[in-house]
Design a protein around this ligand. Structure first.
Ligand SMILES: Nc1ncnc2c1ncn2[C@@H]1O[C@H](COP(=O)(O)OP(=O)(O)O)[C@@H](O)[C@H]1O
Ligand SMILES: [Mg+2]
Length: 261
């Protein structure tokens, strides 16, 4: 199962990624969570301990590794470098694990202009491709409101592309844009999850504004989720109600994928 999560900033992508990682780990699956948002904070949403966090290095900042694998220093444009660097050992060597969830942080690629191809972006893209093609593992990728790390070659390996929205037109607009981008590169199954839902009106707002995207489920607006963020705790340790909804979302996902909907 390979799940990519996108949507506007602040809608709850990281919260959903953390919940789903917890749900799948609880079901005894091997889980790898990928923080692919330049504004990386999945580790704290997973409630990882300070000791674990201290060992965590974003891949894009591993200059020696990037140079060793691509043959060029990060940030060098127009230089000669390998377009298919070795990455198969990176997930195990540079990830951290707690409570059955392995976490890998991609880090920020400083793009010196649009469409640039630089050693670090090539390494990250190769890494994502490798991870998407690995089997027997649930992959959950927390992304920004874009599809930076996905390409035509790997879009088909994404089992579910989830766009998170909150009640409000701005996140709906972002959802429409990102869903189109994903579909354009060949992602087959694009779904929506509504977050911060207060009532039936919020649900209907999302359903009626995104009629073309099947909804996997809805997460309620939760004071406990806010409290978790205040305390730096994992949302799944604070709010059993959200975990229950995430269980339902995971079930819905499994059944849709089985029936290829
Ligand atoms: N269901 C929810 N109820 C209340 N607050 C939420 C909920 N989901 C997320 N939040 C809060 O909204 C903020 C943004 O959530 P986050 O998951 O970091 O969004 P994103 O990753 O999309 O930027 C956080 O402070 C988080 O605690
Ligand atoms: Mg986030």
């Amino acid at each position: 199962m390979k799940i990519a999560i996108s949507g506007k900033g602040g809608v709850g992508k990281t919260t959903l990624a953390g919940l789903l990682a917890h749900v799948y780990a609880g079901r005894g699956r091997r889980v790898i969570a990928i923080d692919a948002d330049p504004d990386a904070n999945l580790a704290s949403a997973l409630g990882f301990s300070p000791e674990t966090l201290a060992r965590l290095k974003p891949i894009a900042e591993l200059e020696d590794l990037i140079e060793e694998r691509t043959g060029a220093k990060p940030g060098t444009y127009g230089a000669m470098f390998k377009l298919n660097p070795r990455v198969d050992d990176i997930p195990e060597r540079y990830s951290v694990e707690e409570r059955g969830i392995r976490l890998l942080v991609m880090g920020t690629v400083d793009k010196g202009g649009s469409g640039c191809v630089c050693p670090e972006s090539v390494l990250l893209k190769s890494l994502v491709t490798h991870l998407l093609l690995r089997e027997q593992e649930v992959l959950i990728m927390d992304m920004e409101a874009g599809i930076e790390h996905l390409g035509r070659a790997t879009a088909g390996a994404v089992d579910a592309f989830i766009v998170v929205v909150e009640p409000g037109l701005r996140s709906i607009q972002t959802a429409q844009t990102v869903a189109r981008l994903a579909q354009d590169i060949g992602v087959r199954r694009v779904y929506v999850v509504g977050n911060k839902i207060r009532d039936e009106r919020d649900r209907q707002f999302i359903l009626s504004n995104l009629p073309e995207l099947p909804a996997l489920g809805f997460l309620p607006l939760s004071p406990l989720a806010i409290e978790a963020d205040l305390q730096g705790k994992a949302v799944f340790d604070m709010d059993p109600g959200l975990v229950q909804e995430a269980e339902r979302i995971a079930d819905e996902l499994e059944s849709r994928i089985k029936t290829l909907q």
